[in-house]
Design a protein around this ligand. Sequence first.
Ligand code: ADP
Ligand code: MG
Length: 704
Amino acid sequence: MDVDDPSPRVGGGSGADPPRIRRLEESVVNRIAAGEVIQRPSSAVKELVENSLDAGASTVSVTVKDGGLKLIQVSDDGHGIRFEDLPILCERHTTSKLSAYEDLQTIKSMGFRGEALASMTYVGHVTVTTITEGQLHGYRVCYKDGVMENEPKPCAAVKGTQVMVENLFYNMVARRKTLQNSNDDYPKIVDFISRFAVHHINVNFSCRKHGANRADVHSSSTSSRLDAIRNVYGASVVRDLIEIEVSDEDAGDAVFKMDGYISNANYVAKKIMMILFINDRLVDCTALKRAIEFVYSATLPQASKPFIYMSINLPSEHVDVNIHPTKKEVSLLNQERIIETIKNTIEEKLRNSNTTRIFQTQLQAVNSSALTQVYTQKDKGTEVKMASGMKSQKTPVSQMVRTDPRNPSGRNVVRSRRNPKDACDLSSRHELLMEIDSHCHPGLLEVIKNCTYVGLADEVFALIQHNTHLYLVNVVNVSKELMYQQALCRFGNFNAIQLSEPAPLQELLLIALKDDELIGDENDEKLEIAEVNSKILKENAEMINEYFSIHVDQDGNLTRLPVVLDQYTPDMDHLPEFVLTMGNDVTWDDEKECFRTAAAAIGNFYALHPPILPNPSGSGVQLYKKNKDCMASGEHVDSTDEDDIDHELLAEAETAWSQREWTIQHVLFPSIRLFLKPPKSMATDGTFVQIASLEKLYKIFERC
Ligand code: ADP
Ligand code: MG
């Protein structure tokens, strides 16, 4: 190594001189800082519009050329800028909104750093025209690198201020290139203005491309928020909105108010649209957005990309506005609690919105094949073939219930049958739903709606807490009932689980019968029973497909099962048993009984039974020993000799058990909270058992 080399070295070896530290020139510092505040044209537009709003404007007009790179012009009718302030207007850290650091605690304006205009002059050419109240003429002045380029020139002006930024990033080659290459920023600018227009309903906003006659956003001052949303996002969005409001004011430490609009089950979009204002600042709050997305996908999976407008207000000392260079994010005191309250409010709202509409939306989603669990074009083809091929067959129940008597072309048959009205209108199904309602235990309903899941107590029971009570809940029973009720609710409108390979009914039935000792060992007898049952299912294929989305093809293969609960697939180990129950236990000659027994069979299959593989946790691991003889003889029972264990099977069992536990917590209980109407019998049959009351304990303490 050449030790005499005086040039600085980056990451040089031990012999190298450390690089010299130099003070950066102020212009470089300013340009670097400016690049942070004004990251792209849309951030400049946001800052300028916020300045206009801070100036009390009632009209804000934005014009943009070349995605903002060539020109951004924002005009307002606000209070204007004093003549004597013009020399320092664009210096860094000059502001009319803040004087002491403490003011930040109570600041109401959107700006406070005095950096936006300055930054723009370091990365673009800025011209300001302004007039204040009572003046005969205005002034125009150009700025560069924070200072005036000329004395302010008197000029004609209308009330307010116009800021023009030209050639943004002219001196930042790399930035300009990336922005030119990437899609231009105009859509982002339109998006910002749209959001402002929804929140500031008493301000007229417009946003247009330079030279265009039509504005892309044009809102006029109104007193109604829905009008404002309609103006900007269209009537179709407004139609699907629900008003929402919550406040938490007794809590002392988490005082806040929220109001807004959220979309219902009918609003289907590709992306979530979340317009959030906290203390009138347009901000992002990733945690809140995630929480809302979670509620929607758990409650309305088909409408899981909602439209949200939300305005949150809290005491300004509870908001830290100074955590982000572009003030994009803020941090809140008691953020988690606020999010939780909002999340619960939304959940409640969605739960109470009309459920039948949800199912219709699901059907729409099926038709537009927007989901992964729906039919592919190819499947539709097979279904069509099957449907027309079945015409001549005897299908007693489906004759009794309505099918299209005109038998139009195959495709139409399918479509008309999948009309939700046909299925939903059936009075026997309606009666079954009414029974569920009339048997519902109000006390238990209150418990499950407002309980907290604590954990699994054993293989069958979970522990939940409601107020001061602890309950054991039989997971198998509640899930069976939930699935039964859901099967009737979603009746005729299921999404489908496609089996990866068609499963022959006959084989499934034989598997199910294999262990049935009552039938004796005669294989012929079992074969006969299997044949009879698969014949019954084939005869009723059309009906069970139409109403329960259980699809049996012409060759007697099961190909599809219904999605009874979103994000949940039943344990396929129970499939043979299910097919046998469908063939054996469903009453086919009475419509209502048919629906009840079929839904019960589905409920039983989809319930969260313990996995067939024994639980390997704790000493259960012994069950996975390869050498079963030594277990039987009672020797070496304690040994967990690694080589002795069937690791593959053990891993499978571990997955099955932990998946079940996850599903119980994250799918089953949230759904129970939303959908289950617990029958009265559950209060006495051991499904719910109260095991402790903290109240009694409190009382004991009180006496002490
Ligand atoms: P900040 O908004 O953080 O104060 P800016 O650099 O955005 O900093 O603006 C500096 C100052 O210029 C503001 O404090 C305000 O007094 C004045 N100003 C900027 N834009 C306008 C406007 N459109 N109308 C009136 N005053 C404005
Ligand atoms: Mg500002």
